[in-house]
Design a binder for this molecule. Structure first.
Ligand code: SF4
Length: 188
């Protein structure tokens, strides 16, 4: 890596402000945009990693890809303190109720990222014991294909989740569309 490129990588990331009006000593914006900005840049992921995709995620967390650039270096293994459920790896049917419980224990608002062929569709494990996609038991916001996905794909998926978090209406969770989705999954 050239010295110039190395210095470029060390520059702190400046988060762009939302649309608004600014003047001498003030900046005004909409409440939902300010909340969206905060949510977007402070996601706390819960890594539900069961196999090789989890190892790939570890490389994304480490220094080369450095997920902390996106304000999410703090992994949470407590569902009640997380807002992004990352499912990575093969989910056996026996594990599905556990995954559902973890999802239900997370407070709103929450998002789900399904990483890799196994979590999205069961992957190559088209067998009696493997869940053929986690969206059979919980709703999914973003799917990342691949076996395993490359770190760049994982980062792309996380950026898509950040877009959802930044632009989601504060009222979406009370909407009929969302309630219908929860009813479809038999989640109160
Ligand atoms: S998608 Fe591939 S790399 Fe990921 S858990 Fe399944 S078999 Fe492993």
């Amino acid at each position: 890596m050239s010295e110039e490129r190395g210095i470029e990588r060390l520059k702190p990331t400046i988060v762009a402000p939302p649309e608004g009006h600014s003047g001498s000593g003030f900046f005004a914006t909409r409440m939902d945009q300010a909340v969206g900005l905060a949510r977007k840049n402070s996601l706390w992921p819960l890594p539900f990693a069961t196999s090789c995709c989890g190892i790939e995620f570890m490389s994304v967390m480490s220094s080369h890809y450095d997920l902390s650039r996106f304000g999410m270096e703090r992994l949470s293994f407590s569902p009640r303190q997380s807002d992004l459920l990352m499912v990575m790896g093969t989910i056996a049917k026996k594990m599905a109720p556990v995954l559902r419980t973890v999802y239900m224990q997370m407070a709103e608002p929450k998002w789900v990222l399904s990483m890799g062929a196994c979590a999205c569709t069961g992957g190559i494990f088209d067998t009696y014991s493997v869940l053929q996609g986690i969206d059979r038991v919980i709703p999914v916001d973003v799917y990342i294909p691949g076996c395993p996905p490359r770190p760049e794909q994982i980062i792309d998926g996380i950026l898509k989740i950040q877009d959802l978090a930044a632009n989601e209406s504060l009222r979406r969770r009370y909407s009929k569309e969302y309630q219908d989705l929860m009813t479809k999954y038999a989640i109160d």
